[in-house]
Every structure is written in C-alpha cells, then in structure tokens.
Design a protein around this ligand. Sequence first.
Ligand SMILES: [Ca+2]
Ligand SMILES: [Ca+2]
Ligand SMILES: [Ca+2]
Ligand SMILES: [Ca+2]
Ligand SMILES: [Zn+2]
Length: 595
Amino acid sequence: MKKFSIVAILTLFCSLMLPAPGKTAHPVRVPLSFDFYYTYDMVVEAMQALHKTYPQLTRLDLVGKSEEGRPVYCLTVNNPKSGAELSKPGIYVDGNIHGNEIQAGEVALYLLDYLLGAYGQNEEITRLVDSRCFYVIPVVNADGRYHFFADANTPSDNRSLRIPRDDDRDGLVDEDFPDDLDGDGNICQMRKLDPFGQFKTDPDDARLMVRIKPGEKGEWTILGDEGIDNDDDGKINEDAEGYVDGNRNWGFDWMPDYVQSGAGDYPFSGAITKALAEFIGQRPNICVGWTFHNNGGMYLRGPSSKAQGEYLRQDIAVYDYLGQQAERITPGYRYMISWKDLYQTYGDSMEWLTMLQGAYGFVGELFQTEAERFVSKKESTGENRAQPAKDEEEEGGYDFREDRSLEKERIKFNDHLAQGELYKPWHEFDHPAFGKIEIGGWVKMSSRLPAPFMLKDLVHRNASAVIFSAKNTPEISLEIFETKTMGNGLTRIRTRLANARAIPTMSYQAKKNKLYPQDMLTLSGAGLKVVAGGEINDIYLHQVAYKEFRPEIQFLVVPGFGKVEHEFLVSGSGSLTIAYQSRHAGKISRTIVLK
Ligand SMILES: [Ca+2]
Ligand SMILES: [Ca+2]
Ligand SMILES: [Ca+2]
Ligand SMILES: [Ca+2]
Ligand SMILES: [Zn+2]
C-alpha cells in the first residue's frame, strides 16, 4: 500500500471534491434530461419522480431484488380511466440486464418520460397511452449498474449477476478482480516494453499500437487489464464477479455452462431472472417485448439457436414489418436474425418471452462504433478506408479495445469531440510482478456507450421503434354486419372482427403450440338458441366451417391487418349479445334485439 500512497492521497483529495459514489452532479428532475448517464440510485429516483409527477397514469411496482438486495422496479404506464391494465394490449420494455450496458436504461427512462410528458399534449401519444399498457423496467441488473458506476471498470465488465462463482476452481470465490492501480476510476490496459512483443507503436499516432508484421521488430507486450495477483496464485485478474449471465439464465432452450457460458447452475437461478419471469407471467396481455443491450446497432429477432428451426411464416411477416420500420427509424441499425446473423445463445429472455409467453420479442443492440468515427464525407468514400472488423458487433467475449481497425478514427473523435475524456494517455507504473510498465487506453465510459452529447438521439430513435411496435399491437373492432330472417323462426347473424394493426391477436407460434386459449366469440341471449355457427371462409361461395359442438362459442385469432367473419343461425327472439374476448386485445361486446 505504501507504494501507492501519493495516489491514495490524491484519490482521497479528489473524492472530497466529487459527489459521493453513486451520485453525480446532475439533478434528477422531470422532465428528465438525457445528456448524461444515470447511476442506479438516480434511475430509481427518476422512476419515483415520474410516478410522483404522473400518479394518475403510472404505478411503481417492485419486481424483485438483486443478489445484493437492490430493488428492481417496473413503472407501468396505464390510464385506469380508459380501462384496467389487463384489458389492453401490453408492451414490455427492459434494459440493462447486462450491468455494463447502461444506455439501455436511458432508452427505457426516455420512453417513460416521453410518453408521460406528451400525454395530453400530443394526440398520437395520448391515444396510444389511453389504449395500451406499458411495462417498463429500465434496469434489470441493479447490482451491475451500481458497480459499473461505483467501481473502477472496463467498458465490458460488471455484466454478470452478482452470484459468486469460483472461476479458477481454487476454492475461493471472486477473489481476484482487476485493480485500479493508478486510482483513476478506470480499469485500463497494461503494456510493457518488450523487443519480442507482438505490437509496436503506431507510426500515425504514438498513443496507439499496431500488431507487427512477420519479421518486424516488436516493441510492446500487452499484459491485459490493469491488475495484480490479489491471491498470490500466480494468475492476475482470474476470478472477478460472477459469472452468471442474466440473459442466459432463462427457462427456455437453456443449456448448462459447458454449452452456454454464464448459464448458471439451473434456469432462473438468479434472484432477479426468477422474479422477472414471475412478474411477466402475471401480465398475459403482453403482445410485444423489447430488451435493450449494447452494442452493434442491431434489432434482433429469434430464433436464438439454429436447432429451433425458423419461426412460422406469418410471424416472420410481423417481425419484418416492425423490424424494417425500426431500421428506418434508426439509420445504420440492421434488423437481423439472432442465431444466423450474429451468434447462438441459449436461455435468453426474449426467446423465453416469444416462445413461452407468446409475445413478439426484439433485442435492441444500442450504439455503433462507426458513430464515433472521425472522417469527412469526402474521406469516407476513399478507397483506403478502414472497415470495421467483421465480428465487431459481438458482445461478451469480444473486446472492443482490441479492434484496431477503427482506433485511429476513434482516438481523433476522443481528441476533437470528447476533448480527451475517452482515452487515458499511457503513463508509467511500477508493477509488483511485471516491474516497469505503462497503464493507459480506453476508459470505462468509452467504446460501448455514446458520448453524452449523442445520447438524446439514440434514446429518442430507439424509443420511437418501441412506439411504432406499440401502435401495431392489435386494435380490434366488432360489427354485426348482417341480421337476416331465414324462415322457420331462424335468423342469420353475421359478425366481423377486424384488426387495424399489424400484430395478430395471438402469435401463430402461440396458436400452433397451444400456449393458451385462443380468442373467444360468444353469442348469448335468454330467449335464443344458437343452432349453428362457424367461421366464414368464403362469403361469396357461402363456405362456412360450422363448429360441431357448442356453436355459440367460437375460437379464433384475428390476423394483423385482417378480419375474421362468423355466421350464426339463431332460433327465438329477444336480446342478443355478441361478446369477444382476447388475452392480447381486450374485450368488446354488441347487443341487438331480435323481433
Ligand atoms: Ca477462485
Ligand atoms: Ca485505472
Ligand atoms: Ca490471482
Ligand atoms: Ca485465484
Ligand atoms: Zn447485452
């Protein structure tokens, strides 16, 4: 410790001048601001402030608690005056299930702030909020977000749930985290002068290194993340927090750790994944779900693994309609199939929501490295342009700081747009194992998070993609379009259910797998008997699929931008009620009187 005494004193001095850990200098006020990042505590404060400002439209629910006991909240946006929550199509949004992917939380907070702030001001949003119900959970991995801000970090760590695990099987758990050796709040990189190293100083920018070509003389060895051997086992940084990945721990297509790293010992072993699944299960009106991550600029749909096979054609049509529109809303982002265009995952949350809850699930991978290029339009069309590495979007195992193809532009972005805040210049350090080394490189708020001045654009566009899907949850009308006396005391009643939006009242996958009962259309009346009834397949050729038993109850799904027509033959007279009910599209009824 003595070695670091000057650093320690400086750190102490700085910490006296800065707000306490978990706090920043930004006040949390409604309307919320989106030119800085919210700590975990500030997210909670923001949700409470929104609830307090709009009590008539919101409910603040505790979803559950994290491994370290931090509450995880959902803010529900619903207008009880226009109907109960479960009587409306539900839209689910979460963020930050990976602790370091923090701008996902800002997208969710922005969506809340925008919907509530525009209510009563903007006609479209007012109508949307009155007719739909939004469940928004900005931060799923509360511990991860807390530690991302409070502790020294790389841009990629603190992703895991805080379930201790012995990564190196030495009998100790989480005993060797990276260490902030220079006390600047970041875990940067360590390098050492080494004529046999694989890297040399980049001739264009002395702060960067490039890999040597065969036969070239080396200059640097990169030693990895800042750290020392905390437990004296000869390895450095070998057992940090976790690793149980909150997005590999869900109970659909779950695979053990030897297949899927981070799976946990069993599905829903995480306190918050289990609580969240229960919370979602109690909201069967959810039609569409979004979970936000970083990074790569992608809107992903499933399947998450190849073995599942492709989704049903009619469901793909819905995904394409929403996904292609999202691509237009956020130029540069690509709508992709998770397993095929990115990589396979097992036990992730959106696949669970899609396959077991019957929602249409999307993953939003926020932020593109290309957005922090430093190049003019003229230069960008040149032939010798650096191209992003092919696997750039990969999260998890991939380390963005190792992608050197765009580094020269990113560091100029750092110089001229972030005024040096994203990159730490190399400086000397006396390391207990390596001797004289240098510490420097990209800081924790770089690489996967947009510079704060670009945050508002990102959150507005992505919230708009959610809003487009929300507008496309089912909107059903019911009409009785024919009442015809047929003789023999019979009346023919014809009904039409029409969906003005793209999402069907039940996904085709949910229908095929019989996840839950289909929509019901019921004809009733005290003085009536339904003698026949069925779905009209062709009204001109009068083809009706009559239902053999209990014709007064019909089961159906109303397709997106489509209709379903039924025909009933009724004997008797008096009041007649046609009632429709759907998990995803609410209830409607019509009453007429037969003479
Ligand atoms: Ca260990
Ligand atoms: Ca550091
Ligand atoms: Ca060690
Ligand atoms: Ca160890
Ligand atoms: Zn993620």
